[in-house]
Design a protein around this ligand. Structure first.
Ligand SMILES: Nc1ncnc2c1ncn2[C@@H]1O[C@H](COP(=O)(O)OP(=O)(O)O)[C@@H](O)[C@H]1O
Ligand SMILES: [Mg+2]
Length: 358
């Protein structure tokens, strides 16, 4: 079809089999598309709701070739899909977004340099590749600070707080003796995130910006609107749009933000995919972040992003919290979403609930 538009009935390949892929697949199905999940795990929340799936390792070239022959476009839902896997697939089928935002998002130091390169402020930081550099980095950045593994951290994992008197060699050992970045602790009054979708025509659209509250490093709630003033919201939108434009992104991208006590907006990290802080859009927005991703990568126009309620509150159901599902299902203002995961391990995201205030 003309202009690269994929007609309904086309197949979307999704690298990664978690809940983000699941919710993308559900949105895709709603628009008449089929999804093919590619993931190494034995159990996949995404595969449970998709037309097809391949269980294979991310470096299985034969399996990736077979995938490419069955799909019209591919995307990724998991941030740590190896860049080499995406680059290999990219030679065989269109992959949206491309490898570059993934490569940047997989490494905290690259991420910081990216933000600095587009003139977006970040917390003071330094990189440390060994114990002596960690000591130097802590001195350079100043305490209190947070040491984070440069790669593979999520939900607060792979982080340690550094205070005066912290045993830095012990921190180096505890974080696995891997490359770290040390960040100054930001005195924020709030956390927020800007989620932006950008289509094949280069048109970008931001979702209304929410306020995020974390517990133990894991997102607990997102509230939209977040009670931020217009100036701040504009700053946040500019950051999202600038990031998406810099990548020539086709897809969805989230930038996590710190709102400083001094009114400055700092970028924390980014993800070139739908984000937990955007789950409220499923019930609280005319178009969800998942539908927006499907629209973008299939060459459709982006959907409208108006709020459908006076306020929306998304609450994650982590570990045992999901055991309360039946009570939540009966609450008059609650929309329950469960990911179909069998085991509720501590810290594991099992589902979420969107509450609409009308
Ligand atoms: N430099 C910082 N200053 C203050 N709080 C921070 C800083 N870095 C991280 N945090 C807190 O820890 C949470 C998780 O850190 P983040 O860097 O987003 O890693 P993850 O990949 O685990 O989400 C943040 O949302 C924030 O609440
Ligand atoms: Mg984060």
């Amino acid at each position: 079809m003309s202009g690269g538009v994929l007609v309904p009935g086309s197949t979307i390949g999704i690298l990664g089999g978690g809940q983000l892929g699941r919710m993308t697949a559900l949105a895709a199905a709603n628009l008449g598309y089929r999804c093919h999940i590619f993931a190494p795990e034995a159990e996949s929340p995404a595969a449970l709701v998709s037309a097809d799936w391949t269980r294979a390792a991310y470096d299985d070239h034969a399996a990736l070739r077979a995938l490419a022959s069955k799909i019209d476009v591919a995307t990724y839902e998991f941030e740590n899909v190896p860049v080499a896997c995406v680059a290999f697939l990219e030679q065989l089928a269109p992959v949206r977004p491309s490898t570059e935002p993934l490569r940047v998002a997989q490494h905290r130091a690259r991420e910081k340099a990216f933000f600095e390169g587009i003139d977006v402020a970040v917390a003071p930081y330094a990189v440390a590749g060994n114990e002596a550099e960690l000591i130097a980095a802590a001195k350079h950045v100043g305490l209190p600070a947070i040491a984070k593994t440069a790669t593979e951290g999520y939900d607060g994992k792979g982080q340690a707080r550094l205070e005066a008197g912290t045993d830095l060699p012990a921190v180096w050992a505890a974080l696995g003796g891997r490359e770290l970045i040390v960040e100054g602790v930001v005195d924020f009054i709030a956390e927020a995130s800007v989620i932006v979708a950008r289509g094949m025509d280069g048109v970008a659209r931001c979702f209304p910006i929410g306020r995020n509250v974390h517990r133990g490093g894991i997102l607990h709630t997102t509230t939209v609107p977040g009670g931020f003033d217009d100036k701040l919201l504009r700053q946040a939108e500019v950051i999202g749009r600038r990031a998406a434009d810099a990548f020539g992104l086709v897809g969805v991208l989230c930038v996590e933000l710190f709102i400083g006590r001094d009114g400055r907006v700092l970028a924390n990290e980014m993800a070139p995919r739908p984000h937990n802080s955007g789950h409220w859009t499923q019930d609280g927005c005319v178009t969800s972040q998942f539908e927006q991703l499907v629209r973008a990568i299939c060459g459709l126009p982006l959907g409208p992003v108006g709020l459908r309620a006076r306020q929306v509150v998304m609450t994650n159901l982590i570990g045992d919290e999901a055991a309360d599902w039946l009570r939540i299902a009966g609450a008059p203002d609650a929309k329950l979403h469960l990911y179909g995961k069998r085991q509720a391990r501590p810290g594991r995201k099992m589902g979420h609930v969107n509450r609409l205030v009308t």
